[in-house]
Design a protein around this ligand. Structure first.
Ligand SMILES: [Ca+2]
Ligand SMILES: [Ca+2]
Length: 400
């Protein structure tokens, strides 16, 4: 759930000879399943497929927003599946399930999640762009994965997203299946999560079997039993977890994923601190009860380019600190333009983040961006190109 609207940049473009800076807003990452068409092997007790993608996370079956297909133990029966047609190919970062909450029923068995591109005729292609099997313990009380986004920079491309039982047909039920992504390639995935595996300090040792690396190990699964949830050993106001990004960094946003099986932290304070430990920005994140009508799980904290080195997550009441993951994403570097003193210009940018320089002679042609043809010189941590005797307009941007 978003805390503020995202306003981060995906690219920076400079108009040669005018020094006009133009930025493109991020195209937006949303739950693509809303508005899609869901189908399943069967449905029972009124738990029709559309209820799994209606945008309502309420897991109480009686509230009318839970998908349910009952057991069919007949030998040789068709494997249970649930599939969402997104209507067109999209770029997918993660698939996440919000559990049924009035009964302890999810998917107790091995299963597969696959993403299929459109085959050109409106049907799933023969070869999935993502396919992975999971055992029953992976589902826990909810399920989530970053794998599609991590395996394919820009996100896994596909139109059809499916979950299929592999071993038996006891049942499939959940409140919501969310497919998080965008119609355009993703700027931010686990590939450029700058909090991933960075050093962490905490106010007390991790407890109850949790490990200190769990909060930024790249696994967003919120089920404590899966071993990737951070949990403090003490409970207090101001119980904290803090990651060191290594240097002051302009930040776009952070994404905080909560624990999902038991809601041991109902409110977080997320702070950005600079290298001198001064608080640059701080926001309160309300994490609604996972068993209530509006369960919290994923929370976006927009930093709007604020510069900091440490991100701290802490409790605001006398409670344990528990969450599954904190991701952080840097603002792409700006392009700088200076005359070179001999009827030419030099364009430069920091040599970080594996960005590709693209160019386009006509901004009205969105498909006109190509990898820049100018040779790049790298010195002292800075990349640059030099254009002699420029004529007309030429636009540049950095793309990751
Ligand atoms: Ca629902
Ligand atoms: Ca984790």
């Amino acid at each position: 759930m978003k805390i503020t609207l995202a306003a981060y940049y995906i690219a920076t473009t400079m108009l040669i000879c005018s020094a006009t800076l133009q930025a493109w807003a991020d195209p937006g990452v949303t739950n693509l399943a809303i508005g899609g068409i869901a189908t399943s092997t069967r449905s029972d007790f009124g738990g029709t497929p559309d209820k799994g993608i209606d945008g309502n996370r309420d897991g109480n079956f009686g509230d009318g927003s839970v998908f349910y297909e009952n057991a069919d133990p007949t030998a040789g029966a068709t494997s249970y599946f649930y599939q969402v047609d997104l209507g067109q190919n999209n770029y997918i970062n993660r698939v996440q399930f919000l559990p049924r909450t009035d009964a302890d029923q999810n998917v107790f068995g091995n299963f597969n999640i696959s993403i299929y591109p459109d085959d050109g005729t409106g049907n799933p292609a023969a070869t999935p762009s993502f396919s992975q099997n999971y055992n029953s313990s992976y589902f826990g009380d909810s399920f989530a994965t970053l794998d599609p986004g991590a395996a394919a920079p820009g996100g896994a491309n596909g139109r059809f997203v499916s979950i299929t039982r592999l071993d038996n047909n006891y049942w499939i039920t959940f409140a919501e299946m969310e497919v998080i992504g965008s119609a355009t390639p993703l700027q931010y995935t686990r590939n450029n999560d700058i909090a991933l595996n960075k050093p962490v300090t905490t106010s007390s040792a991790p407890g109850f079997g949790a490990v200190i690396t769990a909060g930024n190990d790249g696994n967003i699964t919120g089920d404590f039993g899966a071993g990737s949830v951070y949990h403090s050993s003490n409970h207090s106001i101001g119980e904290y977890w803090q990651v060191d990004l290594g240097a002051n960094t302009p930040l776009s946003y952070a994404e905080l994923f909560a624990r999902t099986s038991v809601n041991s932290t109902t409110e977080f304070k997320v702070s950005l601190l600079d290298s001198s430990m001064n608080v640059v920005q701080s926001v309160i994140v309300d994490n609604s009860d996972v068993t209530g009508p509006t369960p919290g799980y994923d929370h976006e904290i927009d930093f709007n380019g604020a510069i900091g080195r440490y991100i701290q997550v802490e409790t605001t009441s006398d409670s344990y600190l528990a969450f599954s993951e904190l991701e952080a994403f840097a603002v792409p570097p700006n392009l700088a333009i200076v005359p070179d003193g001999s009827n030419g210009v030099q364009i430069s940018w920091p040599n970080t983040g594996n960005y590709t320089l693209q160019q386009n002679s006509d901004l009205s042609n969105a498909g006109g961006w190509t990898t820049s043809s100018y040779s790049i010189t790298t010195a002292n941590g800075t990349n640059s190109i030099t254009i002699t005797s420029p004529a007309g307009n030429l636009f540049f941007r950095l793309k990751q």
